[in-house]
Structure formats: C-alpha cells, structure tokens
Design a binder for this molecule. Structure first.
Ligand code: UGA
Length: 437
C-alpha cells in the first residue's frame, strides 16, 4: 500500500520504518529538516534499539523515503498522523496544535477514498471533530482513530507485533472502508494472530487514555505501598512479588522506585483529567490527581533520603547520579524523574554529576546547570553518595567492590530497587532502597 506518515518523532519514525518493513511504500513527512536529513541517511534521530538497523534494512529496498514537503502525501492512500500532543504550558490539557496543523496541512492533498488514520494520543472528541474537517474538504475521504501502545525502548517490536489493534470508526462498523484499509496495512501481524477491536471514535480514543491511566495508577499504587512499607519497616519488593503472583494483579508495572516520567504517562493522565472536567465527569478521575501526587512525592522523598544518607546536609556534597533518561533503553529525558531529582539536589547545595549511556546530549539541553560525565568511573570518583536513578543494565551489574574503591564514602541510594542490598552491604556500602528496610 502507499502510505504517508506525518510526524517523524518517537512514534512516527518507528511507525514509518515498520510499515515499510511490512512491505508498504512509505513516505515519512516532518517539518524538522534535521530529523528528515538524518532519517534520509538511515540514521535514527534518537536512541531506540533496533531502529537504525531497520532503517538501513528498509531503505535499501527503496520502499521508505523522508521529506519535509507535505505534497509528497498526495501519492499515498493512507495517511498516519503521528505528531505529538504535549501538555499545554501552565495547563493540564493537551496541546492540539501539531495534530491540527498536520491534518490541515494534509487536506489539499486528499483524494477520494483516502483514509486518514490518527495515532497520536488525543482528548476524546478529537476524532469526531477532525472527521468533519476532513470530510468538509474531501467528502469521499475517511478518518479512523488507531491509538498506538508502543513503549519506548521496545518500539520496533511493539509496532511489528503489538498486543492488539484498536480501530475507531463511525458507528464501530466492521464494514467501514477504513477498517478494510487498516486490515490490509496490518495484514502480516493480523495473520500472525494479533487481536483487533473495532470501536467507535470515542471508545478508541478513551482506550488509550484508560490504558496509560491504569499503568500510571499501578505504579503509584506500589509507590504508595512503598511509603507505608518505609513507615512500617517492611519490604515493598517482596510485597510486590507476593501480590504479583495473583494472576488478577500481575507482577508487571509493580516496581516501586522514583516514579514514572517520560513524554506519555504524566501528561496523559493530566490531559485525561482536564478532558473529563470539560465533559462534566471530573469526579470520575479525581483519583488520578492522587496518582500524580504520589508520583511527584517520590522525587521529594529521594532528595530527603539523600540528605539523610549524607548525614543531614547536602551542602557541598558530591553526588553521583547514574541515569538521566526517564527509563533504560531510551535517550528521552522528557519529565525524567532522574533529572528532576538531580536538579533538586543541586538547588539544595549538592555538587551533582550525572552520567547516562545514551541520554546525556538531551539532558544537557534540559538542565545545562548540572555536571555531566560520560564515564561511570569519573562520575563516581570521590562521590559522597551514589544514586542509581535509571536502571540501565550496566548500572544494575556494577560491582560494589570495584565501585567502593572509587568513591569517597560508600553510600548508595537505589532509586529503582534493582540492586541486591545484601551484596552491597557485604562490600561495605550503606545501602538505601525505596520502601525497603
Ligand atoms: C507508555 C506506555 O507503557 C505505552 O503503552 C504507551 O504507548 C506510551 O506510554 C505512550 O503513550 O506513547 P513509555 O512512556 O515508553 O510507554 O514507558 P513505560 O514503559 O510505560 O514507563 C513509563 C515510566 O514508568 C518510566 O519512567 C518507568 O521507569 C516507570 N515505571 C514503569 C516504574 O516506575 N515502575 C514500573 O513498574 C514500570
């Protein structure tokens, strides 16, 4: 099929490459010239495991091109909208200006029978509004909402073999032309047994908001348990293992630590609350305010624990922070809890040095006032405390004996509860986890 993908960020670049991998002819379109130049040279503009190999693989087939010129969409029958919906400045709601600009920019190139497919995370009601816009311009074009559930760090695999497809079309009609078009686009994963649900627009939009809200709630639930465990002298990691053995609960997303961040969960729960408020259903989501508050409290708690570790004062203390990305296998620092903690420690008088295998360039742009070091060895050298804040594999596997010889005082705060406390204590370290005795 002939496909255009509008917006080539974390979602669109991966989607474009994966659609070409599935055998389609794809053009990726973005207003950012630097991004398009890199993608055209088969370079990933951000760190995502497997993406660069995939770009090289599909570009050699000639099925994938990139451009800043929206008119290139005129050669396609299916147009995926993959632009961002960040939080509005100073408000909880989602900023729709990129989605609106993408669809408006596409209108002049739509032909009869074309299908516009929204993948961006949007407030419920957006698809109906955009469908009117599309059909006001090209009455024989269609609009579908097909939310994306990929995780950064697993984006290629999540796109090629997702858990499920959700298609939002008017009246949830199986016979809608957009359903047939999407079935053809995704024929390979569908053939391999991936489930697909056809829903109306509002339900499809809400599925995404509900899924991210559930995940955020699960993380804040276990972090709330961590607070209680701390007060009671209990161990939240054992508690999570034990409740997670109940199938109905499940162990995934029950890792207590410094909380969730990134470009999705934090802004999505806020946008969901804002939209529910507009719809008069704000009471239904007041619990998400608590989910957000528990999450933000984790960051303050880590700063307080670091102060305790440093004998009551952060002033002039050398703190080594391992991890800047919001999670491992990503260079994304949007709302990264690790960087937020690092910045608060620095504000309170500590001398903070941050290291990360992939995210330093992005971190420097966001927090230029922090010190950065690309080597763990020099980052931890003479440190008064080491904080593990993003659980990259190389940090989980650090040898406490080797590291102990490099720091000034062997104190470690395990912000993700991924180290073995007994091993670190045996090597002479003062170990603190979150929600662990
Ligand atoms: C999230 C969802 O998981 C995806 O399904 C969704 O498609 C995506 O948002 C999106 O809306 O685009 P992502 O932001 O890539 O994906 O990251 P997650 O793996 O969900 O992690 C989010 C945050 O939660 C990270 O900061 C992570 O460290 C934290 N987390 C995760 C925990 O603190 N504990 C856990 O047990 C799991």
């Amino acid at each position: 099929m002939q496909i255009s993908v509008i917006g080539c960020g974390y979602l669109g670049a991966v989607h474009a490459a994966c659609m070409a991998k599935l055998g389609h002819d794809v053009v990726g379109i973005d207003v950012d010239e630097r991004k398009i130049a890199e993608l055209s040279a088969a370079k990933a503009p951000f760190f995502e495991p497997g993406l660069e190999d995939l770009l090289q693989d599909v570009q050699s087939t000639g099925r994938l091109t990139f451009t800043t010129d929206m008119s290139a969409a005129s050669g396609s029958d299916i147009h995926f909208i993959c632009v961002g919906t960040p939080q509005k400045k100073g408000e909880n709601g989602a900023d729709m200006k990129y989605v609106d600009a993408a669809v408006t920019g596409l209108l002049p190139y739509l032909k009869s029978g074309d299908v516009v497919v929204g993948k961006s995370t949007v407030p419920v009601g957006t698809a109906a509004r955009l469908a009117e816009l599309v059909q006001g311009h090209q009455p024989d074009a269609h609009l579908a909402w097909n939310p994306e559930f990929l995780r950064e760090g697993h984006a290629v695999n999540d796109t090629l073999s997702p858990d499920r497809f959700v298609y939002g079309v008017p009246g949830a009609s199986e016979d809608h032309p957009a359903v047939m078009a999407l079935d053809e686009v995704y024929s390979t994963p569908l053939g391999a047994g991936t489930a697909r649900l056809v829903a109306d627009y509002a339900t499809a939009e809400l599925v995404k908001a509900a899924a991210n809200s559930f995940l955020a709630t699960k993380i804040s639930f276990i972090n709330a348990m961590a607070e209680v465990c701390e007060a009671a002298g209990a161990d939240v990691t054992v508690l999570a293992d034990a409740i997670g053995m109940d199938d109905r609960i499940g162990r995934k997303f029950l890792n207590a630590g410094i909380g969730f961040g990134g470009g999705c969960l934090p802004k999505d729960i806020r946008a969901f609350m804002a939209r529910a408020g507009e719809l008069g259903a704000d009471q239904a989501l007041t619990f998400l305010r608590e989910v957000d508050a528990i999450n933000m409290r984790r960051r303050t708690r880590v700063v307080e624990l670091t102060r305790e570790l440093c004998e009551g004062s952060l002033m002039g203390k050398r703190i080594a922070v391992l991890g800047a990305a919001f999670k491992p296998e990503s260079d994304d620092v949007r709302d990264s809890p690790a960087l937020s903690v690092a910045a608060q420690l620095q504000l309170q008088g500590a001398v903070v040095t941050v290291t990360d295998p992939e995210a330093l360039a992005n971190a420097v742009k966001r927090f230029p006032e922090l010190n950065y070091d690309d080597s763990v060895d020099s980052c931890v050298s003479k440190a008064d405390a080491v904080l593990l804040l993003t659980e990259w594999k190389e940090y989980r596997e650090l040898d406490p004996f080797v590291l102990g010889g490099q720091v000034s005082v062997p104190r470690i705060l395990d912000g993700r509860n991924v180290l073995d406390p007994a091993k670190w204590r045996a090597a002479g370290w003062t170990y603190r986890g979150l929600g662990r005795p």
